[in-house]
Design a protein around this ligand. Structure first.
Ligand SMILES: [Zn+2]
Length: 118
């Protein structure tokens, strides 16, 4: 039996495979926070999941209006924060990603190889 990417990405989710698939298809497998295209590559497909806009920890409902396609990094960055709207959540997640990117580039990134600039 082939592995289902949808079920694989929903292992820890209270959303059933079928519910998750409907949300991912509705959102065209694109992360609603950063725009990552879950159909662009296998690696992208592996990180797609369904996010509760209002987190379960804050009594967010398992209702399609509260569920969006999301990549794992955005899901982690968003955590259990509560926002007034999806737009506000998207702006904050993107800002946090950029802050993390700057820290990573300053401290963790490999120096650019000399051959890359040749
Ligand atoms: Zn994302």
């Amino acid at each position: 039996m082939p592995i289902s990417l949808t079920s694989f990405s929903l292992v820890d989710s209270p959303v059933t495979v079928e519910e998750g698939r409907k949300i991912l298809e509705r959102d065209d497998y694109v992360c609603r926070y950063c725009g990552l295209d879950g159909r662009a590559s296998f690696e992208n497909a592996l990180v797609m999941r369904v996010d509760f806009v209002v987190p379960r920890a804050h009594k967010g409902k398992k209702n399609p209006s509260n569920l969006v396609a999301c990549c794992t990094p955005c899901n982690t960055i968003k955590g259990t924060r509560v926002y007034a709207s999806l737009d506000e959540a998207r702006a904050d997640v993107r800002a946090r990603r950029e802050e993390l990117r700057k820290v990573w580039q300053a401290k963790e990134a490999r120096p650019i190889a000399k051959s890359a600039s040749a």
